[in-house]
Design a protein around this ligand. Sequence first.
Ligand code: HEM
Length: 493
Amino acid sequence: MSALGITVALLVWAAILLLVSIWRQVHSSWNLPPGPFPLPIVGNLFHLELKNIPKSFTRLAERFGPVFTLYLGARRVLVLHGYEAVREALLDHKSEFSGRGEIPAFQAHKDRGIIFNNGPTWKDIRRFSLTTLRNYGMGKQGNEGRIQREAQFLVEALRKTQGRPFDPTFLIGCAPCNVIADILFHKRFDYDDEKFLRLMHLFNENFQLLSTPWLQLYNNFSSYLHYLPGSHRKVIRNVAEIKEYVSERVKEHHQSLDPTCPRDLTDCLLVEMEKEKPSAEPLYTMDGITVTVADLFFAGTETTSTTLRYGLLILMKYPEIEEKLHEEIDRVIGPSRTPAVKDRLEMPYVDAVVHEIQRFINLVPSNLPHEATRDTIFRGYVIPKGTVIIPSLASVLYDNQEFPDPEKFKPEHFLNENGKFKYSDYFKPFSAGKRVCAGEGLARMELFLLLSAILQHFSLKSLVDPKDIDLSPVKIGFGCIPPHYKLRVIPRS
Ligand code: HEM
């Protein structure tokens, strides 16, 4: 053998030894769940289809089982696939898996506020915000009245389209955005207010960009990619612009604050800040309050707005389902009374359709990443503190035992043989456990009341043959993004 041959053989041998030692190090020191072999630096990047990560998870679960380990850059990731594993992690290991995995695109919110907070302040800020949201949600001036009022504005705006085709993105989005703006800022915007439309554009653009392959890559390999050009810069700029807007509102509120008479959730947070004794690590700061309010503002708008928009597209594809909704709405509510929460009990079909829309569109397929807060024994494995946990919601919402033909839109998934609403514990679009969506109650009320109000007053008309409507999401990442479309709405009376 030549000297070159020997050198190459030695190098290959050394590389194999290095790989084996890395493998042993990561796997033998911890008794981790199985998973595909990771390469140095990139880890298991090539095991993931960045355009459809939930699909890759399903493939990997078929090979390695419902609990498996991946490496993405420096991150050790535990994926939980299927109802049993997800439920066990989120409910039986509530505290251990309640940390928040890092999302580098939201660096500006890291460890403050609620959503991206993996620090010691998360628990108290979440608890206080939830109590305040609940207080603002109750009573006559509460969420039901707030949504009902906004539903009237939405119906008026839809009437003004006079049967002409329009893009529903921002028109529909105005309603949930105004509901949360009222809770946060005691403010309602006109539907053509430029600032309002700009904010909704930022929310919408970020949700879309966060669902592209590049952002999946960036969020896992940000240390390598941060300084490169790319759409992550746009996301970061948009986050900064939203934060700047909220920061101005928080400052205005601070200047005009009357602690004896808080006007909205922002005031309530400011009152808590004023009450706090000076300390090295205060719970509430101006920046922390800004992040908390910004979290609620965009989470409270884009999710509900996308669900409604996707829902209308689905209903246009299935006119026979829309017809049944009209029939139930006419029978229970009639043509003029504003839909109310109490109506839901008598409207199993509308209830089932709203649930099926949320199941089918699978809005946040891979959930938000959680993180292990301490070394944890899970199903006999030892999961080290700091491991990123992905409890896949897609794998629960698309369970083919619980929901036969999960790829099909079937309200019957939530109806029993007598046409009554059928509860399913697999309905988990809001996740579960300590990190469960803080706006679940509000979102569910909005979806029911707004969809009922739209269909009470209008029939939906597609611009293409319903059979040609393709319901597949155009992007799958952070969210499942619906196809872009236009529609017409025709007054029913
Ligand atoms: C259809 C509507 C919505 C869906 C599908 C949805 C879904 C989700 C999901 C999947 C999570 C992650 C849970 C986890 O980490 O385990 C989440 C978190 C969150 N959501 Fe929602 N959401 C919706 C509406 C809302 C609304 C209206 C608000 C605001 C009032 C809101 C505020 C939040 C907040 C603050 C968190 C972070 C909770 C935490 O980290 O402790 N969401 N949501």
